[in-house]
Design a protein around this ligand. Structure first.
Ligand SMILES: NC(=O)c1ccc[n+]([C@@H]2O[C@H](COP(=O)([O-])OP(=O)(O)OC[C@H]3O[C@@H](n4cnc5c(N)ncnc54)[C@H](O)[C@@H]3O)[C@@H](O)[C@H]2O)c1
Length: 281
């Protein structure tokens, strides 16, 4: 809850993408924004018709490249990694940027470019921790030079995966557990862009290992009808290790667990400026 004596104007938020997460964020800013110091600057969606009736006309942005006219303090991408690639640099040169599809940063050139632009303009590239537990602890271990290995396993019911190329396959309700992929997060991001945001956040926190040094595994399990499992294993020096198992309640067929929505909202509340750097929130 915002301190009532704090009279600073609301942080102006631009939302890019009006799918599940975009709609959730827009509705919550409209309902609770003033209380927590947030206001809407604009909402953009590829198909603007989807916004009519729910977003006031003066907040609808028709051409994304006109975002500079809306003076957003923070721009939130909840759309697709391609938009991060095409617009991330431009967003960051005008505002803080909360990247909802951090899997885009598996492209090392884009990763470096965004870090550089953040530094040059003094804007923060925010990475939401999403379904990752302990991200800031991983980052701390990383920054003190003590992180040796990191692996993240994501297990879901097969109806919850959106996979590209030859990873896509038929499944039957009785098949049980099946490892779909095991390898580096760098290799996994392009083939499972909607399922690796948590792993991408982990790889960004573990910058000394990077996307190619962090291990990712995705497992299909027909027993997981009510929740997704996210398991993180951290290895430090001198025998240090941490294992966490997170159960993320999720409806059948949902790519995103329910707890991830409120986690995303908490992440947005943090985006008030942390200088020209990458910040896990
Ligand atoms: N960081 C996290 O923890 C986390 C959690 C959930 C989802 N995500 C990511 O956030 C993004 C949005 O998630 P969602 O659940 O709201 O998805 P969604 O599919 O419900 O919505 C995506 C929206 O973007 C639009 N879109 C898709 N591809 C596009 C493109 N190439 N160009 C322009 N518009 C495009 C769709 O039409 C839709 O309106 C996805 O990339 C997803 O992977 C991240």
């Amino acid at each position: 809850m915002k301190d009532m004596t704090d009279r600073s104007p609301p942080v102006r938020v631009g939302i890019v993408g009006y799918g599940h997460l975009g709609q959730f964020l827009v509705e919550r800013i409209q309902k609770e924004g003033l209380e927590v110091g947030l206001g809407l600057a604009f909402v953009w969606n590829r198909n603007a018709d989807k916004l009519s009736g729910s977003v006031p006309n003066d907040l609808v942005l028709t051409e994304l490249s006109d975002f500079t006219h809306k003076n957003a303090d923070v721009i939130v991408e909840v759309c697709h990694p391609q938009i991060v690639k095409d617009f991330g640099g431009r967003f960051l040169s005008h505002a803080h940027f909360l990247v909802g599809s951090p899997s885009a940063l598996s492209d090392s050139q884009l990763n470096e470019e965004l870090r550089l632009i953040a530094k040059q303009h003094g804007h923060t590239l925010y990475v939401p921790s999403g379904a990752l537990w302990g991200g800031q602890d991983i980052q701390r271990l990383n920054d003190s030079g003590l992180l040796r290995a990191l692996s993240v396993r994501m297990s879901k019911h097969p109806s919850c995966f959106r996979l590209a190329g030859n990873l896509r396959s038929d499944w039957s309700e009785r098949e049980g557990r099946r490892v779909i992929f095991h390898g580096s997060v760098a290799e996994l991001c392009p083939v499972a862009p909607n399922n690796v945001n948590t792993m991408a956040a982990a790889a960004i926190a573990a910058s000394t290992l990077g996307f190619s040094g962090v291990t990712g595994e995705i497992v299909s399990d027909t027993a997981l009808a009510d929740y997704h499992l996210v398991e993180v294993e951290v290895t430090g020096s001198d025998g240090f290790s941490v294992k966490t198992v997170r159960r993320n309640p999720a409806k059948l067929g949902a790519v995103t667990g329910s707890a991830t929505y409120s986690s995303f909202w908490s992440s947005l509340l943090v985006c008030k400026g942390h200088g020209g750097r990458v910040y896990l929130c």
